[in-house]
Design a protein around this ligand. Structure first.
Ligand code: GDP
Ligand code: MG
Length: 168
């Protein structure tokens, strides 16, 4: 199996960190500062079953409309067109209108896997909040799968790969 996977989400949710873990190489720039990733970067994951070509994207900019942000959004739209699966990344306990806006801009015909990242930040007491959040987004959007991940620690990344393979 072989296919293209776009990693999409608002700035700073951990897209580049996730891709680095997925392909096991530091090729995408990660930073605390938003907009470090200005261009899509492709990374390739290969094993004896499948080849996944990842497209890292600059975060969708939804707060400020200006020429640079319009261009960044255009880059995301172009990167997403034609992929087999979209991995939509959000930050645990921080689902916002910015996330919703990104979701709304995704092409409806491409399956979306929801990745809830930074679960290492969620404490035991936050689990019910997380479940409520998952229920809430599922009422608004349809996901092929929902996976909890800590990109920073590599938690859940193997499960994400297992989920993506049959979707290609
Ligand atoms: P991007 O803008 O979506 O590409 O986000 P980055 O990958 O550049 O990450 C933004 C910040 O979040 C960086 O400081 C990362 O170290 C941090 N980060 C990413 N994933 C995780 C995670 O799973 N847990 C925690 N605690 N921090 C993370
Ligand atoms: Mg990035």
């Amino acid at each position: 199996r072989c296919g293209f996977v776009a990693i999409v989400g608002r700035p700073n949710v951990g897209k580049s960190t996730l891709m680095n873990h997925l392909i096991g190489q530091k090729i995408s720039i990660t930073s605390k500062k938003a907009q470090t990733t200005r261009h899509k970067v492709n990374g390739i994951y290969t094993d004896n079953e499948a080849q996944l070509v990842f497209v890292d994207t600059p975060g969708f900019q939804t707060y400020h409309r200006n020429a640079l942000n319009d261009r960044l959004n255009q880059n995301v739209t172009e990167a997403v067109a034609g992929v087999d699966v979209i991995v939509f990344v959000v930050e645990a306990l921080r689902f916002s209108d910015a996330d919703r806006e990104v979701l709304q801009q995704l092409p409806k015909r491409i399956p979306v896997v929801l990745v809830i990242n930074k679960v290492d930040k969620a404490k035991a007491k936050d689990q019910s909040v997380m479940q409520a959040f998952i229920k809430e987004v599922q009422q608004e959007f349809t996901f092929a799968s929902i996976i909890l991940v800590s990109a920073k620690h590599g938690l859940g990344v193997a499960q994400l790969v297992r989920t993506l393979k049959p979707m290609l």
